[in-house]
Design a protein around this ligand. Structure first.
Ligand code: PBG
Length: 329
């Protein structure tokens, strides 16, 4: 006997019928420990400075950094990711290698504010170079991959000495994970973990970040960051970073690259992170401010989509705010 099509046997709606049932069967959820808060710290700042392109975000002073780190820690956020904004820049980004430079100092300030909260330090030269590139340039003005590896190796040890438990290798130089791992191990920093920006795309969505760190970049990063058209290529990038010793691999940006997050999740057994970048943050903030949608629902939906795609760790400027919502229930 055929079934009456007007009285279906299969009723997926059954599992959506109450808040409790929906909560019980949720496949992904947000948890404060899975969220990482990026922070910008400006050398010489006595007060936090608002960033015009990123509503609600600031370049921190030492004291506002301390408050933000303590707040994140109290709310159970998983880690902070630190970016330094130096007062002076030069061709080789030498400020990045200064043990008393803004980034190494900021790492120490974070640890003073909350000794137990992991600090992820950005391992890249772009905030420190006067040309704004992530590496140093050769005589013809091209980013010199192998010369840059030497800078990253030295920078890595400065940041590890400062106490960073994780280094975020974001420069997209070939071989950077292997070179940095070897340099750290050689001096005994064997416990310093490497978060590889394994699949990092040349994205327009970094626009507001470049204001946030006062980037001096002219031109683009197309010779080292990936072409947004490519997904297979990121499988290769991820495999290379795993082979070189990455402890965590990251996809960036997140929201326009959820397919890459899913492929990365399928390809590796180590933790996968994804970075909801400045332009993705700004899109939601500005659209919500214009009344296009409910801000909180849009943020929760965006972040859970990154978890659903397979990321264990979500780097987001909303980390503390969302952790607060989660705690309030
Ligand atoms: C480079 C770096 C960038 C971001 C983080 N690290 C910018 C870039 O590659 O130009 C972007 C982060 C964001 O947009 O939120 N060190």
């Amino acid at each position: 006997m055929t079934h009456d099509p007007f009285h279906p046997v299969h009723r997926p709606r059954r599992l959506r019928s109450t808040p409790g049932i929906r909560r019980l069967v949720a496949e992904s959820r947000l948890h404060p420990a899975d969220l990482v808060l990026p922070v910008f710290v400006a050398e010489g700042a006595t007060d936090p400075r608002p960033i015009a392109s990123l509503p609600g975000l600031v370049q921190h002073s030492r004291s506002s950094l301390t408050d933000a780190v303590q707040e994140a820690s109290e709310l159970g956020v998983g880690a902070v990711m630190v970016f330094g904004v130096p007062l002076t820049k030069d061709a080789t980004g030498s400020g990045a290698l200064d043990p008393d430079g803004i980034l190494a100092q900021s790492v120490r300030w974070c640890l003073e504010a909350s000794p137990g909260l992991p600090v992820i330090a950005d391992l890249c030269l772009d905030e420190f170079t006067d040309h704004g590139h992530c590496g140093i340039l050769d005589a013809s003005g091209r980013v010199d991959n192998d010369a840059t590896l030497l800078q990253y190796a030295a920078m890595a040890n400065v940041l590890a000495d400062a106490g960073a438990s994780v280094l975020g290798a974001s420069g997209m130089m070939d071989g950077q994970i292997g070179a940095v791992r070897a340099a750290l191990d050689e001096v005994g920093h064997t416990d310093t973990a490497l978060l590889a920006y394994a699949a990092k795309y040349a994205s327009a969505f970094y626009g507001p970040f470049r204001e946030a760190v006062q980037s001096s970049l002219q031109g683009d990063r197309l010779t080292y960051q990936q072409d947004p058209a490519n997904a297979r290529e990121s499988v290769r990038e991820v495999a290379l970073d795993v082979a070189e010793g990455a402890d965590i691999v990251m996809v960036k940006p997140a929201l326009s690259y959820l397919d890459v997050v899913a492929r990365t999740r399928a390809a590796v057994d180590i933790p996968v992170a994804a970075y909801v970048v400045s332009g993705e943050f700004a899109m939601i903030e500005l659209a919500a401010a214009a009344g296009a949608f409910d801000r909180r629902r849009a943020i929760e939906e965006a972040l859970v989509s990154v978890r659903r795609a397979g990321a264990d760790i979500v780097v987001t400027y909303w980390a503390s705010e969302v952790a607060g919502w989660l705690r309030a229930g």
